[in-house]
Design a protein around this ligand. Structure first.
Ligand SMILES: [Zn+2]
Length: 329
C-alpha cells in the first residue's frame, strides 16, 4: 500500500493545550510523527494540488486566519502559540473583526488547538497528503494511506478545534466528486466524534458519513455526535467508555451495512488509534491485535479506500496500532 507524508507537516509543534483548568503538554505533538513513520515503512511526498480543493470545503476567511494568525499574534507583542479564549456562544454572526482574539474565537471551538508559526504549512501539506492518497486510489490503487497530521475530522467549514484545522476527509470527498466519483462513503473510527465532517456533509445526497465514537454525553466534543443527530446521510453510533472489541465489532458491522446500503463508489476512512486501551485521553479498550480484524471488515466492502490518519496519542503503541490497521487491508 502506498503511504503519503510530507516533512513540512512537522512544522506544527504545539507545546501545550488548555483544558481541565490548566495547561497540559500537547497530546497531538511531534512525537507521534516518528512513532508512525517508524512503523509504516517508506512514504511518498505529495505533489501540490493547490488551494482549490481546500476552497471547495473551507471559507477564504478560515484559510486566511490559519495562514496569518501567528504573525498577527506576534505583531501585537504576544509570544508562544496563538490561543483563542472567547467564543461567540450567542451566535456566529458574520461580523468582521480586526482583532486577532475575536477572529481566533470566531473560527474555533476550544482551547486545545493553538496556532503556531508552522501550523499553516503543516496543515496545508497534511491536506495535500490526503489528496495524494486519493489521487493514487482514483488512478487504480485499491487502497492508500495518508498520514494526515495535523488531523482533520473536528475541523468545520470555518472553524478549527480538537487538534484539526482543515478537514481532510471532506476535502478528499469533494475532490473525488469533482473527479467524477458519484457517491462517497466516509467511515470515522476515531475515538471522538467527527463533528467537523458531519457538519460539512450533513444534508448531502452524495456523501454518506458513519461515525463510531465515544458517547458525547461523557466525552469530547460533547455538543455533537449524539445518536439522535442521525438522519439522511448521517449515522452516529456512540458507545460507552470501556467498550472492547466484543462490543465494538457488532457496531462496526452496523456502520458497514449502512454504508453498503448507500452504495458508495469510494470509501474514505478517518482512522484514529485513540480507541486503543493505552490512549491517555480516551477510554475504549481496544488492543493492538483488534485493528487488523477491524480493517479486514472494512476492506470486505471491496471499495477503493483512502485511509486518513486522525487521532492516536499513546505514542508507545501508536506505530504498532497503525501498522496493524494497515496490514488488515
Ligand atoms: Zn480522537
Amino acid at each position: 500500500m502506498r503511504c503519503f507524508w510530507d516533512e513540512r507537516q512537522r512544522a506544527h509543534a504545539p507545546t501545550a493545550e488548555f483544558f481541565n483548568g490548566k495547561l497540559h503538554p500537547a497530546a497531538e505533538h511531534r512525537g507521534r510523527v516518528d512513532a508512525i513513520l517508524g512503523a509504516i515503512g517508506p512514504t511518498e511526498a505529495p505533489v501540490d494540488y493547490g488551494s482549490e480543493p481546500l476552497l471547495r470545503v473551507h471559507s477564504r476567511e478560515h484559510l486566511g486566519l490559519l495562514r496569518d494568525a501567528h504573525c498577527e499574534w506576534l505583531a501585537i507583542g504576544r509570544d508562544g502559540d496563538a490561543f483563542p479564549y472567547t467564543f461567540p456562544i450567542v451566535g456566529r454572526r458574520s461580523l468582521r473583526f480586526e482583532r486577532i482574539d475575536a477572529r481566533l474565537g470566531q473560527h474555533s471551538f476550544d482551547t486545545a488547538t493553538p496556532i503556531g508559526p508552522g501550523t499553516w504549512d503543516a496543515c496545508y501539506w497534511s491536506t495535500q497528503t490526503g489528496l495524494a492518497a486519493l489521487t493514487a486510489v482514483l488512478a487504480g490503487d485499491h487502497t492508500a494511506f495518508a498520514f494526515t497530521r495535523p488531523p482533520g475530522h473536528h475541523a468545520g467549514r470555518d472553524y478549527f478545534g480538537g487538534y484539526p484545522y482543515l478537514n481532510h476527509a471532506a476535502v478528499c470527498a469533494e475532490a473525488a466528486l469533482a473527479a467524477g466519483t458519484r457517491r462517497v462513503g466516509i467511515l470515522d473510527v476515531d475515538y471522538h466524534h467527527g463533528n467537523g465532517t458531519q457538519d460539512i456533509v450533513a444534508g448531502r445526497d452524495d456523501i454518506f458519513f458513519a461515525s463510531i465514537h465515544a458517547d458525547p454525553s461523557t466525552d469530547y466534543p460533547f455538543f455533537w455526535g449524539h445518536a439522535d443527530e442521525s438522519r439522511g446521510n448521517i449515522l452516529n453510533l456512540p458507545l460507552p467508555r470501556g467498550t472492547d472489541w466484543s462490543g465494538y465489532a457488532p457496531i462496526l458491522a452496523k456502520a458497514l451495512d449502512w454504508l453498503e446500503k448507500h452504495a458508495p463508489d469510494l470509501l474514505i476512512v478517518s482512522y484514529g488509534a485513540d480507541t486503543h486501551e493505552a490512549d491517555p485521553i480516551s477510554y475504549f479498550e481496544l488492543k493492538t491485535g483488534d485493528y487488523s480484524p477491524m480493517a479486514q471488515r472494512i476492506a470486505s466492502l471491496g471499495l477503493p479506500t483512502v485511509i486518513l490518519m486522525d487521532g492516536g496519542h499513546a505514542v508507545v503503541a501508536l506505530g504498532a496500532n497503525v501498522a496493524e490497521f494497515l496490514s488488515g487491508f
